[in-house]
Design a protein around this ligand. Structure first.
Ligand SMILES: C[S@@+](CC[C@H](N)C(=O)[O-])C[C@H]1O[C@@H](n2cnc3c(N)ncnc32)[C@H](O)[C@@H]1O
Length: 451
């Protein structure tokens, strides 16, 4: 098998991994400066990808993405593959009757749905012969299986997941979240072995999260002892507590949830988590100017790629931000989530305005606030033409972002998605908006009729 061949036949590679581990597991590494750590080829590929965007220091936010040139509504500004991807399902076996809603349904490598209209599996699906719970590790095709053997599901991953699934303290006593974190750590340590440069990229991401609580500390201690107990390849020592803590923080701050398709009246759950090398530089804004699309169940290659598109035009030099959650959340919930998950309080223009709203603790849905706005104000905002799609935050002190909600919020029930125009063609910008959650396409005419 590939892993064993590497271990016994390619001493040079193993030496490299050993050196890497010995550096990585030392405390000094975690305190090193990022620039020093990128290998040349990773740095070069970043530069090549980022012709439209520049990574820059942004006051109070660390690094961020800035437009290197003016960007047009709908323009694709970033499309890239993950450096790391792992299942969002706990390790424990679901009861048989729940199997249809579990990881049984997905390819363990590309995470496409194995059933349903886009199911990639069908009769060619392959089960991992070495997994103790083979149903947890199904691949949609022999191709995905062989790709996984060399990357996401190496024999070491297979052995480690088997070990963890048989660990009663994890599968019986720990919360689902802990089991998913254990999956992440296995994926991350595997990355160090199969792609040292991608592992370095992972380590270079933001994640100096201070421990929030005794619970966090206990979780890190527990997970580190769990991972230290895995059968590590010869010559590789157990990971340090500091490295495990740093990896968990990087995951928490940078992982994107790849979601189940939208379905009305059903809460959307996460199918897999993915970490992208450049998309991780986007900071948050509660009124974003770009948004992400993913097309996990498409049949074409690159289904786990992230695509980031501009919501509206922005000039060169402007910071490009995403919203880390649906934009229709209320002020208090947004602040709480950012504090809990990312360790910062949001000071964006929208939050500055909403901080002064007297009912900010009750604002669980911005849509309601919007409906209370008078028609005149809404009509005026909706009347702005394409040339002026830069959002004006100065107009109305009470609800200056009404224009954003009217123009860029999906209005389908329970969706909460953001709309961005389809990519412009050589004949000009598109006037069809796509929702990044439900996928609904809406023409400018429909939008005008509604307003
Ligand atoms: C996905 S990373 C974004 C890139 C990051 N700034 C960096 O230096 O690599 C998320 C982290 O960026 C910072 N951040 C993002 N948006 C911010 C904002 N609006 N205000 C302050 N900090 C922000 C927080 O530290 C957050 O945990």
């Amino acid at each position: 098998m590939k892993f064993l061949r590497l271990k016994h036949g390619k001493e040079g590679f193993i030496k490299l991994v050993e050196v890497l581990f010995s550096i990585l597991f030392s405390e000094e590494y975690i305190q090193c400066k990022v620039g020093v750590l990128f290998p040349m080829e990773a740095e070069e590929s970043r530069v090549a990808m980022l012709t439209l965007l520049t990574v820059a220091d942004i006051e109070g936010k660390g690094r961020g993405m800035v437009a290197s040139q003016s960007l047009q509504a709908g323009q694709i500004i970033l499309q890239e593959s993950p450096v790391l991807i792992y299942s969002a399902f706990p390790l424990k076996q679901p009861p048989l009757q729940a199997a249809t809603s579990s990881s049984f349904q997905y390819c363990a490598h590309c995470f496409r749905n194995l059933v349903g209209e886009n199911g990639g599996g069908g009769s060619v699906a392959v089960t991992c012969p070495s997994c103790s719970h083979p149903h947890d590790t199904i691949f949609c095709s022999p191709k995905c299986h062989s790709l996984a053997l060399a990357s996401t599901h190496t024999p070491w991953v297979c052995q480690s997941l088997n070990h963890l699934r048989n660990c009663p303290s994890l599968v019986a006593d720990q919360a689902d979240e802990r089991q998913v974190q254990a999956r992440f750590l296995v994926a991350a340590y595997n990355l160090a072995m199969v792609s040292p440069s991608n592992f370095q990229t992972l380590l270079s991401l933001d994640g100096g999260m201070p421990l929030n609580s005794e619970e966090d500390t206990a979780a890190i201690l527990y997970l580190n002892s769990l991972i230290s107990g895995l059968p590590l390849p010869e010559g590789i020592s157990a990971p340090s507590l500091q490295l495990t803590a740093a990896l968990l923080a990087k995951d928490k701050r940078n992982a994107f949830g790849l979601m189940e398709p939208f379905s009305q009246n059903r809460e959307r759950s996460v199918r897999a988590y993915a970490i992208y090398p450049n998309a991780s530089f986007f900071n948050h804004d509660c009124l974003p100017n770009a948004c992400r699309f993913d097309y996990l169940d498409t049949a074409i290659d690159g289904n786990t790629d992230i695509t980031v598109r501009m919501i509206h035009n922005v000039p060169q030099g402007r910071e490009i931000c995403l919203s880390y959650f649906p934009v229709n959340l209320g002020y208090s919930e947004r602040q709480q989530r950012l504090l809990d998950d990312y360790g910062f309080g949001c000071l964006c223009d929208r939050c500055k305005v909403e901080a002064n709203w007297s009912n900010k603790d009750d604002d669980d849905d911005e849509g309601e606030a919007m409906e209370e706005e008078d028609d005149e104000e809404m009509g005026m905002s909706a009347g702005l033409d394409e040339e002026e799609t830069e959002i004006e935050l100065g107009g109305d002190d009470n609800f200056p972002h009404a224009y954003f909600f009217l123009s860029y919020m999906c209005d389908r029930n329970d969706c909460g998605g953001t709309l961005a125009p389809l990519p412009p063609s050589c004949s000009g910008g598109s006037n069809v908006m796509e929702c990044n959650v439900c996928g609904h396409l809406k023409s400018e005419e429909e939008m005008k009729c509604e307003s």
